[in-house]
Write a protein that binds this ligand. Sequence first.
Ligand code: NDP
Length: 444
Amino acid sequence: MKTSNVIREIKSRFPNEPEYYQAIEEVLESIEETYNEHPEFEKANLIERLIIPDKIISFRVTWVDDTGQVRTNMGYRVQHNNAIGPYKGGIRFHASVSPGILKFLAFEQTFKNALTTLPLGGGKGGSDFSPREKSDGEIMRFCQAFVEGLWRNIGHNTDVPAGDIGVGGREVAYMFGKYKKLAGEFTGTFTGKGFEFGGSLIRPEATGYGNVYFLCEMLKTQNIKLEGKKCLISGSGNVAQYTCEKLIEFGAIPVSMSDSDGYIYDPNGITIEKLAYLKELKNLYRGRIREYAEEFDCKYVAGSRPWGEKGDIALPSATQNEINGDDARHLVSNGVIAVSEGANMPCTPEAIDLFHEKKILFAPGKAANAGGVSVSGLEMTQNSERYSWTAEQVDEKLKWIMSNIHESCIKYGTEPDGYVNYVKGANIAAFMKVAKAIMAQGIL
Ligand code: NDP
């Protein structure tokens, strides 16, 4: 297998899906050597069977807005791979959603889920519906219409969706309610549910907390303390908020957050009181990050990202490709010591190459943000048991899983000079698990 040949072939068969090629290329480059040590993989055409999704469902979503106008969007679910468990992955509502973006996310999800130690396959879904400036009634009607198009393809043993960009607890609850009604059963078919109806404690916190746990594991390898470190965060949604919360608890100083309009820089640090304001602003009033700067009299920069600011650690937690080569050069020249991806694929290949070249601690999203899907997996377990664990029990398991993922990265990613290439480590560990399962199950 030669990565460049596979990418050329994929580009010609599936045109105009740049994020999908980017995700595949990163994985193939790091597993190429390991793969080629197994001639049986090539004979079984394992690469194509791993890259091309099992199934893609696409459907029109028709709904009525508050003025009575009938509107349409597209809905999708990419069921990428179920070799090690039912398809599992979030639903994204954002104007930029396309089959190519969901294919990249579902591919990444398959590898991430394999790292969690839990029996979860990979999938991702979503719609080009933008929740911005929609009323609660419009959100509910859209979620219900979306599930009408999807419900026959999902189930607690088949495919278990959850949240992602634009889909939080409110949207999951509307989708779960509609699914329950259509299927005529109460099962754990969605995760990220409210605690009152089968959700797990710590699920909302899990991705952000998990990222900080992973960061601590990386810093520990260099005997560096997180306490007192200035942290640049992007995004101000679910992942960013709980990353910020755990950083504060561990004595770090988060200094930035952002949304798609711009970023705030608060040199004195975002405190727990300021974060409480931000959570209310974002989660309750669906406000903009600019309002934080107005409330606390700090810097706001419209139309930009925080990577030109000074910080010791960067935790990109908004969206894909939000740190490019120039951003990475700024971070490096400002002395960044670690970058841990809360979002999926937020760093471009050029940025990652620079972090590796400069021997900066760099955690790829499929390892660092796996805490969310891990606790989703634990939610599925609790639903099957018809039982709820305490927050402490779930948090302990989350810490254990993140530390386990870190161990796998060390095992497969340590270079001869001792530097840990976490991208390589995560990719090889996940690949070997999924590959063995595909091979064992025959030609499907
Ligand atoms: P949310 O919708 O809660 O928050 C997303 C945040 O990112 C918002 O502040 C949003 O700003 C900003 N954002 C979205 N798109 C863009 C863009 N194109 N440019 C700049 N800013 C943008 O999503 P999550 O916090 O759940 O997800 C964030 C990232 O983490 C995504 O990459 C997601 O795939 C990943 N992730 C999420 C997990 C989870 O458990 N939720 C699990 C693992 C990964 P605005 O409000 O203006 O839209």
